[in-house]
Design a protein around this ligand. Sequence first.
Ligand code: SF4
Length: 702
Amino acid sequence: MVTVLKNLDRQGQSFIPTHCSYCGMQCGMNIRIDDTSGKVVGVEPRYEWPVNQGRLCPKGVTAYQQVDHQDRILRPLIKKNGKFVESSWEEAYDLIEKRFKEIQSTYGKDALGVYGGVSMTTEKCYLVGKYARVALGTKHIDYNGRYCMSSAAGGFNATLGMDRGSTLPWPDLMHSDCFFLAGSNSAECHPTSITWFWRGRDRGAKLIVADPRETPTARIADVHLDLRSGTDSALANGIMHLLIKEGYTDNDYIEKRVNNFEELKRMVERFTPEFTSEITGVDKEKIIKAARIYGQAEKSVVMFARGVEQQRKGVDNVACYTNLALVRGQIGKFASGVATFTGQGNGQGGREHGQKADLLPGYRKLTDPEAVKYVSKVWGIDPSEMPGPGVSAYEMLDSINQGTVRGMHVICSNPVVSSPNSQHVTRSMEKLDFLVVNDFFLSETAELADVVLPCTTWAEDEGTTTNTEGRVIKINKIVEPRGKSKTDWKIMSEIAERMGRGEFFQYEKSEDIFNELRIASKGGKADYYGITYEKIEKNEGVFWPCPDLDHPGTPYVYEDKFAFPDGKANLRVVDWQEPGEMTSKEYPVILTTGRVVFHYLSGNQTRRIPFLMEQCPEPYAEMHPSLASQYHFSDGEVIELETRRANMKLKVRLTKAIRKDTVFVPYHWGKELAINQLTNPCLDPISRMPEFKVCAVRMRKL
Ligand code: SF4
C-alpha cells in the first residue's frame, strides 16, 4: 500500500514515496504531484530512508523531469520509407507478429535475440528471461548488466560461492575503521554513499583509494594508490604479500573458514613492494602505507566498481580484492566485509532472476537439469521446451554478422552506445532483418529500429528493485502511463499472446509477477520466497536471501558459512596478467573511460535534462599537462584520438589529477561522440565482460 502524503505547506500537492531511477544506491525520494493537473512537478529526498537519509545527487533531484518530458515517445512508431510514423498498438503488434514468425519459421527459434536491461524493476527483468525462453522460445537472451556487474558476479561466485554485491548493509559503514576503495569514483558515480565514509572518518576511520585518476574520491583519501590501468590484481597481490609478511592475517578465521591459503601465500611471495611498484607504477612507500592501514583496522571494508571489473581479467581482479577481506577475517561481521557499487539502478535484482544467457530465476543454472525441471514447472512448460544457455551480450550482437541472430527485441537498453567497438556493433545491428526497441526516449539504438514501442518511465508503474546492498525495495506508481505508453511487462505479455503463448503470461499487475518470481526463486541462492510487497513496505526493504515468510531477511551474509558445499570461502590464487592491449610505439598512451556525476550510462535519459547538460554538455579527453605538452596540445583544443578500432575528435581538458601516461574520456554520448567507438571488445574468459577500462591509444593534433 502506498502512503500518499499531503503536505500542508504546499496546498494542492501530494507527495508519493519511491526511489531514484538511476544508480544502485536507489535513494529514497518523495515525488511531488500537482493535484489539479496530475503532473509531476518536483521531488524531495526522503529523510527517513536509511540509505540516503535526506541526500540526493544532481541526477536524483532532476530525475522527475523525465516523466512529462517533451521528448517522450507516446505512441508506437513504425519505420516507413526510412522515417518513423506513429501507429496504433494493433498495427505495431501485427507487424511484430508477422516478422517474428517469418524469421523463426525460416531460420529457427534461436534466430530471434532478446537484449534486456537492468534499469527496469525486478519483475520486468524476470519477465524478460521468461519472455525470451517461453514466448519466443529462443536461447539468445542477455542484457546490459553484462557490461556492468558480470565481473563482480564472477569474482564473488569464485570466492564466496554466491553473487550478492554487498556482504553488509551500508548505513553500518559509518562504524568501519578503514575503507579500501578500488576502481570506484563513488563521489561522482554513487554520490550519496560518500556520507558513510565521512561519518566513519569523523570517528577516525581511514580511506584508501586505488585509481589512476585523482578523482573527487581519491582527493579525500589518506592514501591514493595511483595505479596504471589494468594492474589491479598485481596491486591486490602486493597488498596481500605485505598482510602476510607483516602478520596482519587472521589465522584463526583462515583455519576455520577459508581454503587455499598456503597456495596463495606461495604465489604472492614474489609480489614484493618493489615488484608491485614496478608493475603498477605506484610508489612502494604508498603500497606499504596502505597495507598497514588496512591490516591494522579492526573493522574494514573493501569496495570496488567498474574500474576493477571492466577488464579482461575483471573476475580475477574482484577475487584478488575479495581475498584481502578473507585473510583479514572481515566477511560476515558487523561493519566489515566486501562490496561492489552497483552501477545501474537494479543491477543487483536484474541479474538474479534469469535475464542472463545462462541463468534461471534465483541464480539457478540452465545447465542444471533439476533447475530446468523446477523452473519449467513454475512456468507450466515441459522441461524439453526450455532453451539451453545462449551467449553473452557482445557475442550475441556480434553473431548478427554470422547470420545466427536475424531479429532482435531490445528492451530498455542502448547497446549501440554502451557496447565496446560501437561502430562495429552499430553496423551489425543495421544488418538485422527486423529490430524492435522498447524505450521512452528515442535512443541511438531505437533510431535503428523497425518498430519502437513506447514504454513507461519508472514513475508510471510499481514493482521492486534490489539496491547495491542486496536490499529489496518497492518502487511506487506515481502517475498513470503517459500517452499510449505501456509498461514493459504488459508489452511482453501482449507479444507473447501474439506468438501463441499468452496462457503463460496472464498477469493483472506487477505484484502477480513478483509472486510468481518468489516461487521461481524459492530454494535458489537468490531466494525471494519470503519477501512480499507488504513486508518490504513495513521493514524499509528486505535483504535477500529470505527463504520463508517468517524470515527477517539477511542483512549480513556469510555470518556462519560461505555458499560452497563445505561452507568455506575459496581464496582465488591468480597471478597478474597484462591487459588485452598494451601500449606500444604506435599506440603509446593508455585510454580509460568512466562516468561523470551529471550523467547516467549511455546518457539517453540525462542528456535530455537541461541542468545536467548545462553542467556537462559533451565528452572530453582529460590528460595531464605534461602528457599534453609532448604533443603541444592546449586546454580546449580539439584533437584526434585513435585506437586499432576507430578514431574520433575530442576537446582536451588539462588536469594534474591523472597519471601522466593515461587519457580519460567519459562515455555518456552516442554516435561520433561515443568513446566506445575506440574501446576494446576483448572479453573476460569467465564473465564475458569487455575491457572498457584499458586500451592503447594514439593522439594527434588536428
Ligand atoms: Fe539517484 Fe544514485 Fe544520485 Fe541516489 S546517488 S540520487 S540513486 S543517481
